[in-house]
Design a binder for this molecule. Sequence first.
Ligand SMILES: Cc1cc2nc3c(=O)[nH]c(=O)nc-3n(C[C@H](O)[C@H](O)[C@H](O)COP(=O)(O)OP(=O)(O)OC[C@H]3O[C@@H](n4cnc5c(N)ncnc54)[C@H](O)[C@@H]3O)c2cc1C
Length: 469
Amino acid sequence: MTDQVKNSHRTVTVIGAGVAGMSAACALAEAGFRAQLVERRGYLGGRASSYLHPGVGEVIDNCQHVLFGCCTNLIGFYRRIGVANKIHWTREMTMIEPGGRRSVLGPSFLPAPLHGLPRLMTAGAFTWADKVALGRAFDALMKPVRSDSMESLGDWLRRHKQTRGTLERFWRLVIASALNAEIDEIALPYAAKVIRELFMNSAEAGSMGMSTVPLSELYAPVTPYIEERGGRVLLNAYVEGADWDDATSQWTVRTRTGELLSDFVVVALPFEATEKLLPHLPPSDGAGALAGQIAQQEHWPICSVHLWFDREITELEHAVLLDREIHWMYNQSRLQGRGGHYIELVVSATRAFAALPRDEAIAQALRELAEFFPKVKEAKLKKVVLVKEVRATFGVPPGIDAARPSAVSPWPNLFLAGDWVQTGWPSTMESGARSGHLAAEAVCVAVGEPRRILDADLRPRGLMRFIGK
Ligand SMILES: Cc1cc2nc3c(=O)[nH]c(=O)nc-3n(C[C@H](O)[C@H](O)[C@H](O)COP(=O)(O)OP(=O)(O)OC[C@H]3O[C@@H](n4cnc5c(N)ncnc54)[C@H](O)[C@@H]3O)c2cc1C
């Protein structure tokens, strides 16, 4: 009997259609379950989505989302729904100093972990003292970092005598911004993971991917994928609570538009929305402990400034902008083939920028952009959007792993997903996809048919094959 036939009578309701919920629902649909994906908004994608901005009449992503070659579960989800070819990959990262001097980081012919060394050595953005300090830090990170280490990245960097240049231009800008927090608020094991994956394991693991279409368009095949396998997608359906019936071993999920019966539930919500749902689930012994874990979570903001000029201000597709508040530049006209000379700037982990009034934030972004690309001074700004995502990501301070629950919940046949659950990854789309795949595996275990859904990590290459994790 095929999986499709075996499971076709079993219904699973997945609450929340972010990357976690979509990954779980699609994997379960593939495994033969009747998947009901329920989302409060009118579109898919959650914190990684796009929408028509009424003020400017343009479809914008809530923020540029990048992935890396090591994001095997996100790529696995994209493959499952047939959109992996819509990701544009690059192995180069251009760093620009105010004034315009450029340094390009990227791989060479040398084996991992040395592949990035030649370009780092010629990068004008770093002094020789910086390069020696970075070499020392990378060397130290060759040794495994204990996953239960309570050291912060900041303390570790001070212990390894990092220079001001490396702190500002590498650790804060590249690593802390990937983890979206201040260096003193990042647990060392998470920083070590990012360094290993992006800069040491292989050139493939560190290559950077960006969608060539707006994010919600990327997920367009999700609905037909689920429907063709007997399931459905319900939008504009806010879930208010759920009740468990011991007699029938079924859940009734209550939405604002009606009730849904199902054998299994996957709650794929951010921690804040999970917390809101808890009082509306049946009483359970473990609920208090879960609420305690959620109480330890903290969110961090990310802002993006979307600018449409009357002319091209740079030929670059993307760049890292050094020493200023704006961190990343994405040329959406080049990346997504969008008209109107569309540039997006991203400011991560900066509560001060997120607190600025709109006009001040935009003025500062424009002023700084002109320091990197002088053409901004002659160009006319035609329209602009500032997006402040105050609850963009969860933090990964030392000790956070104890506050990340597994997929198994205190309730029968109800599983947890979402980027914040225990995946070992920081707040990213990859963590969302992993959590979705882990929850789908847990559902399969619950029906007595365990199967591997989690996509395997990329194998380290070159000399990294012989160096322990
Ligand atoms: C500005 C910004 C920039 C980012 N940049 C990157 C990046 O470059 N790379 C990267 O990998 N990650 C990035 N992230 C993080 C990434 O977006 C998230 O980690 C990931 O999308 C989380 O997915 P999720 O499915 O776990 O949660 P969510 O995307 O939050 O999905 C949860 C879904 O549940 C829905 N929901 C909530 N309550 C209910 C309810 N009661 N009933 C029904 N539905 C409900 C929500 O509407 C939402 O669609 C960024 C995030 C932001 C906000």
